[in-house]
Design a protein around this ligand. Structure first.
Ligand SMILES: [Zn+2]
Length: 180
């Protein structure tokens, strides 16, 4: 009973909850600007060689995931792209909107897919996860920040419009918006 009363008195007192402002202040202080941001999925994915991804068949050899002939004997290990797809954890978010998009939807979708395929051979971990439409906005998610940026730049190059690319400072995430 005493505890209950004590708690009531505390909240009735000054009514200020101190924990929240302190937590915010800490968040700001901890934020750091890093020029090179490493993909945590890539860092975690250093299997013994050679390794084969059971999801997509890429091979880990000489320290990198690549398209290669299937090794005779290989360790099975999900590649970073398949792991992100499995976790539903994109590295790139691309949002497309505007009137022009509404009237050129197929053409723009084609360009987006084309951008993925253009470098698929050299960069097999840069993949589109999903393309969804909602309320006139097309959302594209990618397994890699570079592909998201390239999609934005390709749209801007082909159709102009307004492009914005924002990298998060502490995570391996990029948010790209394009509007026309
Ligand atoms: Zn894979």
């Amino acid at each position: 009973m005493r505890n209950v009363r004590a708690k009531r008195n505390e909240t009735r007192g000054d009514g200020v909850r101190e924990k929240e402002p302190r937590a915010h202040a800490k968040g700001h202080r901890d934020r750091q600007v890093e020029e090179v941001v490493h993909d945590p999925y890539m860092a975690r994915s250093k299997p013994p060689e050679p390794a084969l991804c059971p999801g997509c068949g890429v091979v880990y050899h000489r320290g990198r995931w690549q398209r290669a002939a299937r090794p005779v004997k290989a360790h099975e290990h999900l590649c970073p792209a398949c792991q992100r797809i499995k976790d539903r954890y994109p590295a790139g978010y691309v949002k497309l909107s505007g009137e022009f998009l509404g009237t050129h939807r197929d053409e723009i979708r084609h360009l987006v897919r084309n951008e993925e395929q253009r470098e698929a051979e050299d960069h097999p971990l840069q993949r589109i996860m999903d393309i969804t439409e909602e309320g006139g906005v097309t959302s594209v998610t990618t397994t890699d920040v570079h592909l998201a940026r390239r999609i934005g730049e390709a749209l801007h190059h082909a159709y102009q419009g307004k492009l914005d690319i924002k990298y998060s400072q502490d995570e391996y995430v990029v948010r790209v918006t394009w509007e026309r």
